[in-house]
Design a protein around this ligand. Structure first.
Ligand code: SF4
Length: 222
């Protein structure tokens, strides 16, 4: 991906892995899949293989070449903790983030159990670095809320939640150890609606817990 991102809370994307598979309802309208599949079969295009998972080792060193400090979203077109990404490759990605300490990296996953297991073992060297923010996606109670618990039990210095697309009222949940929360609705064709009461509930809990709350967008409905 280019070194400029349209994601509002970050200013570059870095994709040392491309492609993914769906794992929960938040994936239903995955923008990365829609984008990647558009180029399936186009000879020479980076997404010639569509959304099939692909390691891109030639991208590994990219952040080391960006001299100006950036907020870097890691794997906007994949999920670093997908089970087809070998542990050794995830360690290589984390090593670059540790070395490129002038950037801030945001790593977001739906594979939160693997994130926890690796941060508490092979990724321990990166878990405590304050220039790497480890986050989980939370879209609903059934799939999303358990991911928060997994993140909280990972020995990460900085943890965040991306509550997007918010698909239902999450009810009360534990925010201990969480450094910031992003909330957003779904946009694009077939976007599922987000109720403002669901957002207010999260905002109130963030206020009570003194956790910074960033509201991204209402999505395609409002
Ligand atoms: S985990 Fe993320 S990248 Fe993978 S299919 Fe789901 S939304 Fe898309």
């Amino acid at each position: 991906m280019a070194a400029t991102s349209s994601i509002e809370w970050t200013d570059a994307t870095w994709n040392p892995v491309r492609g993914c598979t769906k794992i929960s309802p938040g994936c239903k309208h995955c923008y990365a899949e829609t984008f990647a599949e558009r180029f399936r079969g186009v000879p020479g295009h980076p997404y010639e293989q569509g959304f099939d998972l692909l390691l891109v080792p030639e991208k590994l060193a990219e952040p080391l070449r960006w001299s100006r400090s950036k907020m870097v979203f890691v794997n906007s077109m994949s999920d670093l903790f997908h089970d087809q990404v070998p542990d050794e490759y995830i360690v290589a990605v984390a090593s670059v983030m540790v070395r490129a300490s002038w950037h801030t990296f945001q790593v977001l996953t739906k594979r939160s159990e693997r994130l926890r297991d690796l941060l508490n073992s092979k990724l321990a060297f990166a878990a405590g670095k304050t220039n790497i923010w480890w986050g989980v996606s939370v879209e609903d109670r059934k799939y999303g809320l358990p991911r928060i618990g997994h993140l909280q039990s990972a020995r990460a210095a900085i943890r965040f939640l991306s509550i997007e697309p918010l698909l239902e009222d999450l009810g009360p949940f534990d925010l201990s150890g969480i450094r910031w929360v992003i909330v957003g609705g779904e946009s694009g064709p077939g976007a599922r609606p987000m109720d403002k009461r669901w957002v207010r509930s999260i905002r109130s809990q963030c206020r009570a817990g003194k956790v910074p709350f960033f509201f991204k967008q209402w999505g395609g409905v409002r």
